[in-house]
Design a protein around this ligand. Sequence first.
Ligand code: ATP
Length: 794
Amino acid sequence: MLDQYRALVSPTSDVLQVLAGPGTGKTRVITARVAYLLCVEHLAPEDIIVTTFTKKAANEMKRRLNEMLVDYSPKIQLNNLFIGTFHSICVRILRVFGSKIELDSRFKIADETDSKQLIKRVLQDKYSDAPGASTTLVVKVTDKDINEYKYFISACKSKALFPDEVPLDLTDKAFEDHIYTYKKYQHSLRTNNLIDFDDCLLLAYKLLKKYPTCLHDIKHVLVDEFQDTNLVQLELMYLFGLNSHNRVTVVGDPDQSIYGFRHAEANNFYRMENYYVERGAKVMKVQLDENYRSTSNILSFAETVIDSKQKSKREPKKLKSNTKKENLPVYFDAYVNNKEEARRIAEDVRTLDYKYSDIAILIRSAFLSRMIEQELIHANIPYIIVHGRSFWELREVKLMVDYLRAIASNVDWLGYSRSMEFVITGLGTKSLQSIENDFESRRGKGHAGNVYKIIKSIVKEDRKGFSTKAREGLRKYVKTIHKARHILKNESKEMPKRLNKMFDLVVEQSNLIELVCSKKSKAKSEEEARNDITENLNELKNQLITFAPAEQVLPEDTDKESERLSEESKDSSDILTQFLDSIYLYEQTHYKQSKENDNSEGKVTITTIHGAKGLEWPVVFIPGLADGIFPSKYVLNEPNSKKRNATMDEECRCLYVATTRAKERLYLSYFVEAESFWQDTEKRTVSSLIKGRPMKLVEKRKHSNYGRAVGFASANKKAADFEKFKSRNARMVVQAYKEFSHIPTAVPVVFTTAKKRISRITGLNPVTGAPLNKKVKRKRLGMGRPMKPYPLGK
Ligand SMILES: Nc1ncnc2c1ncn2[C@@H]1O[C@H](COP(=O)(O)OP(=O)(O)OP(=O)(O)O)[C@@H](O)[C@H]1O
């Protein structure tokens, strides 16, 4: 507590680094520090920049500040606080000052699909222009190529490097080729008036480096989750703080750095210290070592994992637990398969004396949720599942978003082309190409290409080269856009009503549900598919209608030209544009709820570990702790040992983050075989992240009513135990088979599994009793390809 207080009141003229472990109150300190700056140092809210890792964290901080300052007089306008993710803050800066670096303030943010489409185009042009390339054959660009170039470009941008600034190794031709692609990609973004996710930071960096006075009023900069900043974010932090004479506060924990795949650099703590010391600033460091969240058993387990498994150098931390809760052991279970694991978790959730909302299941990868969801539904337990971006990847959602982009802009060629291609029958590649050529040529003459006008003129002039069907489709398409815009402008109605009406109109006029339905997988019935699509579109509509636009204002700009531009850009900051920006800017998380009605018990949370950052629950389950899952097989199979070590360290930190979310009870588990994962018959071993020393700190649970759980005393004994389990299990299965064999079709799944198991153990055909032939035996023993379940009742 004393250390927290020291951090809170440390002189604001110094640079302050709060470097502390999980649950030590970093978020609490940074929030209180903002309140301190407002109430004691009397800074105005608009003089402070606060960066958080997610939009949710920004909202939570605002909520806590509101609570803290509720009785403070005179009332502080917290809406004016300049708070958000680095990306959202940079976009706001670019919208106002972007023209200084020749950026059209009406730019749109390119999403993943846009970026990939543009890179693909650049690569196609490059391959077909290459000497000796065929003039007739269309060059195939693979997803692997696109991803490789995309990764390279993103890596350069995260280091604040424009194409001309990437250090060129002349001996490496392949590298030159990457830089060339980067340059062309930037050009094509610009010609489409797009900036990609990384550009939000890179362009703001370019702007502020050249015109640092844009933020002349900023008097203090605070950065939360500093361990997950990359180099360009570090540079931005320096630039944000330039006019305030480096009044900067950062909080973070290097052990919780889990965004290396997005080029985050935990070393930024040291870089920042050197930077400020070189400039004569005083760097004040405060360590917090009292943990207010977890019991000491949980903390020792987490510390042992990271200390014994992480290869890179680290200062050992000794966190003291400050909770009065019973110090229960950390539990560990091993199961024969993921179904048993999920079933046991559901059983525990049901019987534990906690509200459902006190419980979280943290998974390393989203695919692990399927079995767990199934078992929770089976046990009638309400849950909420936090999906990352997967909702936004759904075909109907992407298409509707493309349509909304066309409504919001006249120049967004990618939004127009994708939505037209899908909804207009008879509009072939040639017709689309002709519209694009028109768009390109008009832009070439110095005007902004206007897709909307082009389509209107095609319809009006009955332009040749378009079939009657295509022209009719185009007519309907522009009419829908026109009507949708008209509805949005109707000021006599409230905005949510306008958005609702506009959304319904587009869905109806475009026939979107039927079109997507006709292209859905045949695995679902037509009715099921239609219901799913309707539900997803309703969810999107709900997100749009309830969207709250950012309220914070930019620090006042005295530059006359910028004032004028700011006025002009008001047009582009309408609600639809802001909503579309927000989809790409924030980790827009979509929450899927189970169908049950909510009650006072709340809902169990299922989330990925990355989605659990900064959160806490009394009870935490971490399933799937097996090699190949956590750590993933990509990490284990990485051939480059340096890269492998770095990614293994990141997996280790991931587990550290996951375990330290638990306040009172922590349950770890793994399974040997995966049921229902593709054709996966691999036998898994316990995760190397917990093998050895950390295992000594866990307690095996007794499974009196769970015959099928594998109770391993220690990781070393697991192989022998598994064999024992198999024969015990086989006996049970044989018994079950004998008892129920007269009703085979009633429970086909059980019997298919039973038959497989019996023949695996005995080497005999369970129906005829004859020895299995060599080929079948190999399959049963898991040596060949996985067997198909064979027909029952024979
Ligand atoms: N001084 C304090 N007294 C009582 N409880 C505290 C104190 N400081 C923090 N807490 C509580 O401890 C928990 C963790 O605090 P907080 O989320 O601020 O930690 P953190 O360091 O940001 O954690 P992490 O890095 O793991 O996200 C919260 O429930 C918070 O309310």
